[in-house]
Ligand binder design. Structure first.
Ligand code: PGA
Length: 221
């Protein structure tokens, strides 16, 4: 699969913001799947600056920590701060896994128009850690040691990182009409290349994207 190399983080963010912009302009009631993490921060800044009409857009976040006692570390807080409080989205159209009374949330985020993904250094997408079934749907998962270590940079200590999360599954992600994967930093390149050009295996969850017919992958150092 082609990995589209961007000259810098600013180009990466603005290229993907254009894709989101065109999607919302073409279909004002688009269903978007959105990620958290360091990588999409620039994308969200760009989207805020573009002053799009989010009134009818529905967003489904990929994942959320469980048993997280620090609200400022929640993914909902991240999304509020980086995107939602700066745009005209309707609060009723913002969805997080685990926030409905209906369980299991089999249809959560299904058939999205556009899904934006990051990739973990262990090849995860959302919190579908290595070994996750390609048939998985929204569910509670134990975080991988590598993920806990990687995410400890956002916490005072590694012991504060929640050990479980609720995540959209791989099967649901694959039902999206279009998928865009973004990765930033040399530490991501190796796993990105393995996922896009190596074997399709549950050991590398992102490798399932090779089976989707409408994926774009953007990377910068
Ligand atoms: P990052 O995380 O954007 O903070 O690197 C990506 C991920 O783990 O999915």
């Amino acid at each position: 699969m082609e990995i589209k190399i961007q000259k810098d983080y600013s180009e990466l963010s603005s290229t993907v913001a254009d894709i989101v912009k065109h999607q919302i302009q073409r279909k004002p009631n688009s269903r978007l799947i959105l990620p958290t993490g360091s990588t999409p921060i620039g994308l969200y800044k760009e989207l805020v600056n573009r002053k799009l009409n989010w009134k009818k857009v529905e967003t489904f976040n990929l994942d959320e920590y469980l048993d997280n006692t620090i609200w400022e570390q929640s993914y909902r807080y991240f999304m509020d701060e980086n995107l939602f409080k700066h745009i005209n989205i309707d609060d009723d159209n913002i969805y997080f896994p685990g926030d409905t009374a209906i369980w299991p949330e089999m249809s959560y985020g299904e058939n999205a128009d556009l899904c934006i993904l990051g990739i973990g250094t262990n090849g995860h997408i959302a919190f579908n850690e290595p070994g996750s079934s390609f048939d998985s749907e929204t569910r509670v998962v134990d975080l991988d040691e590598q993920t806990i270590e990687d995410n400890s940079r956002f916490f005072d200590s590694v012991d504060d990182v929640p050990k479980q999360a609720i995540t959209m599954g791989l099967k649901t992600i694959m039902k999206s009409k279009k998928i865009v994967l973004i990765a930033n930093g040399v530490h991501k390149y190796k796993i990105l290349n393995v996922a896009m050009n190596g074997g399709v295996t549950e050991k590398v969850p992102a490798s399932i994207l090779q089976k989707h017919n409408n994926v774009e992958v953007f990377y910068c150092d």
